[in-house]
Ligand binder design. Structure first.
Ligand code: ADP
Length: 447
């Protein structure tokens, strides 16, 4: 599974947050344990020094009445130079150990540790007394385990809160991007340039980017609209002069006996016919783009239409020696626009003739699927190679050999596809170079 940026952001800062919390806890723990240890050690040394100040000696008599034997948690005890305790108490669990003057030592017994500090107080060459201070070292293991307990509860809670809160914030901040993606997808899949992201005004960079995207789409849409309008207007305006050229060249053709002039008029007439059909195709496409095409739907028997088209095409097929074979299921009725269905059949059969082989065959069939009528036009002509087959439905796309033949416009199949889509149908093709092609158009049956 690939994670999105927002998941990465949340995971990234959650990991850093956990690390930070653990580091802060560890820092607090080690800092405080260091301070506690220093204070404990200092207090046992202070207690011993204070006790020394309170001891008085007078001619072999020792006076320790003023000594505080329990001071700031420390135990004070006095020993003679043989090691016998003269005064004070020590906890039972502290093991006895020899004396060493002015050194702080640690004694451990049964899981507890103690700091022991001894100081030798000498009065003369023979009389002296050891002052021993003992204090329990602070038990850090208890602190560690209680801190661990707190961490175990607090950390998961913090992680859940931070991750879910952070996720919500990141998700909110990414909303304009989500909308941008959705809008861009809608625009590219549906050809609808009027879609906008439409985020409310905000100051974040993403909102500004969304607003810029919308402004850009406004400009693109306007220029597209202008272009469509231009194509539509230009095609419309070209129709009249082209009709005049066609009429004039046929007049010229029928009123001259000069061979060269006849040939010239023939060329003019042929090219003007081509221009005329190109212009009407362009006009159709411009209208389809503008969404101004109105379907005039009615019940149509496709088999009848097929017979009509086959008949219309007879002149062109016989020129090339092509035989048309038609086959149809009984009354396949669709609820569709008659002119458009006719156009589909004419475009497909016309292509089958153009790209069919001399003295070849064309098979047209109308059949009934589960919910669809299926129009199939098959030929045994030049076929289409794999590299071109997915692009032949694009506007103005022509396979190179066909372009050089110079007769088509590359719009025929895109119109077939457009009409199928307008009728909630679909198109498909199977072909192999040199082995003919089979075009299929599915149109929903009359419910
Ligand atoms: P055109 O005006 O060039 O025929 P179309 O949109 O009708 O434009 O077809 C696009 C291209 O698809 C053609 O140029 C041609 O190369 C190829 N094509 C269409 N029909 C056939 C067919 N029956 N056999 C082989 N190639 C075809």
């Amino acid at each position: 599974m690939r994670l999105s940026i927002r998941h990465w952001i949340v995971i990234w800062y959650t990991i850093w947050m956990v690390l930070l919390i653990v580091l802060v806890f560890a820092g607090i723990f080690s800092g405080s344990s260091y301070l506690v240890e220093r204070r404990t050690k200092a207090s046992v040394i202070d207690a011993v020094n204070d006790a020394i100040n309170e001891i008085e000696y007078d001619n072999g008599w020792l006076d320790f009445d003023d000594v505080d034997f329990r001071r700031s948690g420390a135990y004070i005890a006095l020993y003679d130079n043989q090691g016998f305790r003269i005064a004070g108490n020590v906890p039972e669990e502290v093991p006895y150990s020899g004396f060493s003057d002015g050194i702080l030592r640690t004694l451990s017994s049964r899981g507890s540790s103690w700091y022991v500090y001894d100081s030798l107080l000498s009065f003369n060459e023979t009389d002296s007394v050891w002052v021993r201070g003992i204090i329990g070292s602070y038990d850090m293991r208890a602190v560690v385990s209680s801190m661990q307990g707190v961490l175990m509860i607090v950390l998961p809670l913090l992680v859940i809160m931070a991750a879910s809160g952070g996720y919500l914030i990141v998700k909110r901040s990414f909303r304009p991007i989500d909308r941008m993606i959705r809008t861009a997808e809608e625009i590219s899949s549906g050809n609808d340039l009027s879609k906008r992201i439409g985020c409310q005004k905000g100051s974040s960079e993403l909102y500004k980017a969304a607003a810029s995207f919308d402004r850009m789409m406004d400009r693109i849409e306007t220029s597209f609209e202008k272009e469509k309008q231009f194509t539509s207007d230009a095609s419309h305006e070209l129709r009249t002069p082209i009709s005049v050229i066609i009429a004039a060249s046929s007049y010229g053709l029928s009123h001259t006996d000069d061979k060269d002039a006849k040939e010239t008029f023939g060329v003019i007439s042929h090219q003007a016919e081509r221009m005329s059909s190109l212009v009407s195709e362009l006009l159709y496409i411009a209208r389809a783009d503008k969404g101004t095409i109105k379907l005039e739907k009615e019940d149509i028997d496709l088999s009848e239409l097929m017979d009509m088209v086959a008949e219309t095409m007879e002149e062109r097929t016989s020129e090339k020696g092509i035989r048309i074979h038609t086959v149809s299921d009984d009354s396949v009725i669709v609820y569709a626009d008659r002119d458009m269905m006719m156009r589909v059949l004419i475009n497909l059969v016309s292509n089958a003739i153009t790209y069919g082989r001399e003295n070849g065959n064309i098979w047209i069939s109308i059949s009934r699927g589960a919910d669809n009528a299926i129009i199939t036009v098959r030929d045994d002509g030049i076929g289409i190679s794999e590299e071109h087959i997915n692009r032949i439905w694009d506007r103005f796309y022509q396979v190179d050999d066909s372009r050089s033949a110079g007769n088509g416009s590359g719009l025929g199949l895109s119109i077939v596809k457009e009409i199928a889509t307008l009728h909630s149908g679909s198109v498909s093709v199977e072909s192999e170079k040199g082995n003919g092609s089979t075009f299929r158009v599915n149109i929903p049956l009359r419910p």
